[in-house]
Write a protein that binds this ligand. Structure first.
Ligand code: GAL
Length: 735
């Protein structure tokens, strides 16, 4: 008894009772391994290490550890939570993010689990969890000490439970009420913005109250618009829609807060979002040739290169200096054919339309190196997860061809989810029924001048639980070649079960070297992208092991903490990037993302999205769009079609930016460009507007006299500007 009292007292500092929510972020213990007894409330975990819920277990002494681990904590759940709630039926346990799969026990009783994509705890992906516990569940001890035990299985990369919000609260009347803000903003004349938002619920309760919105200028705090509607009534199947417009006087992002107040219960639910602003100038009518200025192909392998050009259509393409074996389609601008002799072939592209002519010097590098500039493309994962299918890939290809290819975008990559469950009688990999004709799909992608990518794992199974390439490396490489695949993402996943428990560098390299050899036997160039989340400092040996790019991190998600945490942590790997081999801090999270059949607008603010694209361009990362290509809104298109920004990514020098200034509230990154130029990103990492400058006298600017704002495509008089919260000023400088 006395012991319990002491225990309760000890627990008090860990309780943070705030407006009906109890934070359970502190007080956790961690143990690597697996033992069913660890769920028992009476188990003595005093010998376990203290867990930090801000970071994965890799950063708590368990580097490169994949597999099982347990977390435990104690919490007193006051019955006042229930008493004060309007609905008293159930309690919610929210875990910010679980990496990858989990089973959650309350006082020894399993109250919820996330078993991965296909129901097996060893397959699946991380994400937030919210578990409902009935108030009268005997496992729930009101006003007493409760033990929460979480069993984790980490499939690869980062593992554990970590993130921002870990809390307990009652599932109240506003639980299950959602703001649907997924409609795109519409852009009217004279800086008018408009949008429809909806209030939706699956509850049968009839909500009736007021909905108000307030738009504020984050720089000055000024209220731009304040509006309330009195008849915000909605219930299951009958949402409430509200259309509003307002005038934004300047090109910047504004904050919006929506608040619904339910009259009967007096409860409120709020939601915030920001407003978009377009920086990329409209494309001109005169022809302009965009994208990289070089492309590498191996001798004797097929060349497929679309000359990216904008301007009033029709455009006519000509290429001077084409070596024997190549031809250009004059109306499509697609160069095809084969060159057997190695060499750097200088070409001149000419593109003509009714408004004029543009020319550009280009080097076709026939030799051993491919992937000379970071790949620009689309990958299905961040949009569709395992729900990707033939139709979605065709849509992506068609949209890329119509809207993005003219700016240099060229890869259409299918991630996990295309593979069948078993091989055919000859051991050949086959597709599942979502991909009835892979060769036909690839032919379609190629017909647009685009290239096709695919995904596999060196293990028996992919991370999504589909068939991997284990012991079939040669078979698969040959099949990819036959299908016409141009890019392979190779994901460690279940290879963890094949490799020794604590793999050394040779163990880590092995599956990639094996596939490298197999790819070399394929009939075409296949860009090789390593995905093993940065294990063994892959950037130090990825190039030598034959990779064209390698992931330096675990999976990204569409939050500021994920994107900025990854992006601003790349300096260590930067020196190792170069033409043909780039660091890959994971794919883009702009536009409509979802990792599954249900898509939502990225949770990054509009300024954070400018930061994301700027930073990834500076980092010379592959730029792989991860959004629903069938619904690319105007803002996202503006992000992906700024030729001066893309030119930073595609610079022929292939250097990655270095962190030049790191302060608590801002950072400056500098990338060397060809012809003695530089690109400089001034990033505001704080929540407030601030002016960030790099003085002319600074060593990095010595001798540089011309400054240009890349997003706005305007000259500047100084490398300095007011930068929005989490926003960026991206500048190129020349002599
Ligand atoms: C993860 C990988 C993701 C995605 C996924 C597919 O391991 O990091 O980018 O490819 O597997 O299951």
């Amino acid at each position: 008894m006395k012991k319990n009292l002491i225990l309760l007292l000890l627990l008090v500092p860990f309780l943070n009772v705030n407006a009906q929510r109890i934070s359970i972020k502190k007080g956790w213990k961690l143990m690597i391994g697996d033992n069913p007894e660890w769920s028992a409330p009476g188990f003595n975990d005093s010998g376990w290490q203290t867990a930090d819920l801000n970071r994965p277990w890799e950063q708590q002494g368990h580097q490169n550890y994949d597999g099982f681990g347990w977390y435990r904590t104690h919490v007193v759940i006051p019955s006042s939570l229930k008493e004060k709630a309007f609905l008293k039926d159930s309690l919610l346990l929210n875990l910010a993010s679980v990496d990858d799969n989990d089973e959650v026990f309350l006082n020894g009783t399993l109250i919820g689990k996330y078993g991965g994509h296909r129901g097996n705890i060893k397959e699946g992906h991380y994400g937030p969890r919210s578990y409902k516990i009935a108030s009268n569940n005997p496992a729930l001890l009101w006003d007493k000490d409760n033990v929460i035990a979480v069993r984790i299985y980490d499939t690869g990369g980062d593992g554990g439970i970590y993130g921002e919000k870990f809390e307990i609260h009652m599932a109240d009347i506003m639980e299950g009420v959602e703001y649907n803000t997924s409609a795109d903003f519409s852009y009217g004349d004279k800086n008018m913005l408009g949008k429809t938002i909806k209030l939706e619920t699956k509850n049968v309760y009839k909500y009736a109250g007021t909905l108000s919105l307030k738009v504020t200028d984050p720089e000055t705090g000024a209220v731009i618009l304040s509006k309330t509607t009195d008849n915000a009534n909605f219930t299951k199947g009958s949402p409430f829609s509200w259309w509003f417009t307002f005038n934004t006087s300047q090109k910047k992002s504004y904050n919006i807060i929506y608040t619904f107040h339910d009259k009967k219960t007096g409860t409120e639910i709020s939601e915030t979002e920001t407003t978009p602003y377009i920086l990329t100038p409209a494309v001109g009518l005169a022809p302009r040739i965009n994208g990289a200025s070089t492309f590498g192909v191996r001798p004797g392998h097929e060349v497929l290169f679309l000359i990216p050009a904008t301007g009033l259509t029709p455009l006519t393409y000509k290429v001077a200096g084409l070596p024997a074996g190549l031809k250009v389609d004059k109306s499509k601008g697609i160069i095809t054919g084969v060159v057997n002799k190695a060499g750097n072939y200088p070409l001149t592209f000419t593109v003509t339309n009714r408004k004029g002519t543009a020319t550009k010097k280009f080097v076709l590098a026939i030799g051993d190196k491919i992937g000379l500039t970071p790949a620009l493309g689309w990958n299905s994962w961040n949009a569709w997860g395992l729900s990707v299918n033939d139709e979605k890939v065709r849509t992506a290809a068609r949209e890329m061809s119509e809207r993005l290819a003219s700016h240099g975008w060229s890869y259409i990559n299918i991630d996990d989810g295309w593979e069948a469950d078993s091989r055919d009688a000859n051991g050949k990999i086959v597709t599942n029924n979502k991909f009835p004709d892979m060769k036909g799909l690839t032919d379609y992608v190629h017909s647009l001048g685009l290239r096709m990518g695919i995904y596999s794992s060196p293990g028996p199974r992919t991370c999504g639980g589909y068939l991997g390439s284990y012991q079939h490396d040669d078979d698969d490489a040959i099949t990819y070649g036959d299908w016409g695949i141009d890019y392979l993402k190779y994901d460690w996943c279940s290879y963890g079960e094949i490799a020794p428990n604590h793999p050394d560098l040779d163990d880590m390299k092995k599956p990639y070297l094996v596939m490298r050899k197999s790819l070399d036997k394929a009939s075409r160039d296949i860009l090789f992208s390593y995905c093993q989340y940065g294990m063994g400092d892959v950037w130090k040996w990825g190039a030598e092991a034959g990779g064209n790019s390698w992931r330096t991190t675990g999976d990204i998600t569409d939050t500021w903490s994920s994107m900025s945490g990854i992006g601003f942590n790349q300096d260590k790997a930067a020196p190792y990037a170069g033409p043909g081999h780039f660091n890959d801090p994971d794919m883009l999270v702009v536009g409509k993302v979802g990792w599954g059949p249900t898509i939502h607008n990225t949770r990054l603010t509009f300024d954070e999205q400018y930061t994301h694209i700027s930073l990834w361009s500076l980092l010379a990362s592959p730029l792989l769009i991860g959004c629903d290509m069938g619904h690319v809104d105007r803002f996202t298109l503006n992000l992906l079609t700024n030729d001066e920004v893309i030119a930073i990514s595609q610079d022929a020098l292939g250097k990655e930016a270095r962190q030049y200034v790191k302060k608590d509230d801002y950072q400056i990154w500098v990338k060397q460009l060809s012809n003695g130029r530089k690109a400089i990103g001034l990033f505001n990492t704080s929540d407030k507007y601030q002016t960030i400058s790099l003085p002319k006298s600074d060593a990095a600017l010595k001798g540089f006299t011309k400054y240009r704002d890349a997003w706005r495509q305007q000259n500047l008089t100084a490398v300095s500007g007011k930068v929005a919260p989490h926003g960026v000023l991206l500048v190129t400088v020349s002599k």
